[in-house]
Design a protein around this ligand. Sequence first.
Ligand SMILES: CCCCC/C=C\C/C=C\C/C=C\C/C=C\CCCC(=O)SCCNC(=O)CCNC(=O)[C@H](O)C(C)(C)COP(=O)(O)OP(=O)(O)OC[C@H]1O[C@@H](n2cnc3c(N)ncnc32)[C@H](O)[C@@H]1OP(=O)(O)O
Length: 216
Amino acid sequence: MLLCACASAPVQQVSPRLFSSAPRDYSLPNDSWSAEMRRLYDQYDQEPGGGGRWKRLPSYNRFLKYATAGGQCLSRLVQSRARLFTRNIKEPGAAFEYAIFINEEEKRAVCVFQAGHLLEGPPGHVHGGAIATIIDNVTGACATYISGFVLTANLNINYCSPISLGSVVLVDCAVDRVEGRKTWVSCRITSADGSKLHTEATGLFVSVGVSHLFTG
Ligand SMILES: CCCCC/C=C\C/C=C\C/C=C\C/C=C\CCCC(=O)SCCNC(=O)CCNC(=O)[C@H](O)C(C)(C)COP(=O)(O)OP(=O)(O)OC[C@H]1O[C@@H](n2cnc3c(N)ncnc32)[C@H](O)[C@@H]1OP(=O)(O)O
C-alpha cells in the first residue's frame, strides 16, 4: 500500500499536477512498431479536431508529477519514482506497445497492441497477467472517458486462444451499461484481421472521487 501515515490529510490539500510540462507521449509510433501495428494505428488515427469518429488518447508514464503544492500523502521518493505499470520499460518494443482510440458516440475504445518479448508467459506467447493488464487498461480508459474517475471493481477474463509474442492484436471494448456509480464494460481481443478470438472479458468500474485514493 503506497499511502502513508498522513492519509488523513485534508483532501483539498492534495493537488497533484497531472503529467509533467513536456511529457513524452508513449502512444505515438516508434521504430519498434511492426508494419501491421503501424497500419492499424493509421487506420484509427485521425487529425485532432478533424471531426473523425476515433480520438487517440495520449499516454504518459506517470499520473502524478511531484509538485510543491501537493504530495502530502505519498512520500517524495515514491511520487518521484512512480511510473505507470504499462509504460515503465524503457526499451521500445520490449513490453507493452499500444495506442488507445476512443469513439465517444459509440462509447467504445479500441487499442492496437503489440506484445513485446518481455511479456512472455507460456513459451513464445503472452503471459495471462499481461493480457489482463492491457484489458484493465483499455476497459479502464473506456470507463474513465464515459464516467470520469473510476476504479476497477471486478474483471472477468476468458482466455480463448494464446497470443504470440511480437504479434499485434486489437483490444475492442464497449460500455454496456451505466447505473449510478457503476459502469460495465465488455472487451474482446482478436487478431488484427478480426478472424481469431483470443480473449473475452467483462469489467465493472466504480466511480470514485480522487480523494478515495488518499483516504482508502
Ligand atoms: C488508477 C488510475 C486512474 C487514473 C485516472 C487519471 C486519468 C485517467 C485517464 C485515462 C485513463 C487511462 C487508463 C486507465 C489506466 C489504468 C486503469 C487501471 C485501473 C485499475 O487498475 S484500478 C486498481 C484496482 N482496483 C482497486 O484497487 C479498487 C479497490 N476497491 C475499491 O477501492 C472499492 O472497493 C470500490 C471503489 C471499487 C468500491 O468501494 P466504495 O466504497 O466506493 O463503493 P461500494 O463498496 O459501496 O460499491 C459501490 C457499488 O459497486 C458495487 N460493487 C463494488 N465492488 C463490486 C464487485 N467487486 N463486484 C460487484 N459489485 C461491486 C457495490 O455492490 C455497490 O453497488 P450498489 O450501489 O448497487 O449497492
